[in-house]
Design a protein around this ligand. Sequence first.
Ligand SMILES: [Zn+2]
Length: 225
Amino acid sequence: MPMKFRISSEYGVLEEIRGGRVHKGIDLAMPPGTELHSIADGTIEKVINNKLMGNGVYVRAENGDVHVYGHLDKVAVKPGDHVDAGDLIALSGNTGHSTGPHLHFALLHDGYVADPTPLVNAVQHYSGEIAGPSFLGIKGPALFIAEKVPHSIGDAVKDQVAHSLAAHALDWLQAASIVFYELGLVACTALIILGAVGLKNGYRWAGMTFISVALLRYLLGGVAE
Ligand SMILES: [Zn+2]
């Protein structure tokens, strides 16, 4: 079965980032905002936020095991909620003690940490779509381009391409809108000067240029950070 998300850290490994402690789960590299769905019917046992795991969700499956999801961005459930397999529980993120966007997935069996490796295929299967706005069809074109990638490259690569394109397309557009905005301001200034020295409609063109670039920037949500 092709892996949608690369395993960036296996269960049980010793890692410097963790101060040499044993890794109590499995890390799956994925773009922030990836939808995470419960892999089993169960109940939300708790929703946490701490320095280590960031936002975390504990799902008690009907067999008694607890599935732990960490470093989440947005959490879509609250304690006591019933979930069916496939229900959205959160969007993946990069919160807590994390070196990059990924999902930390862990298993508690009879209250003790257990190896979640046998569940990774289910996590891969149920996790997927990039969440967030499909504003201006940004999600659409990214997935369309991904469809054009030859099948010989494989579904896993195709999914990775689709996910990273969707994740970055909005960033690129926002960056572009800021550049347009700044160029627009330069053009405005030039048109005002030309208007002052007698260019017909110079002021009007300056006003229209400003409104256009300001609107574009507002629509794309480009905010300088
Ligand atoms: Zn981890």
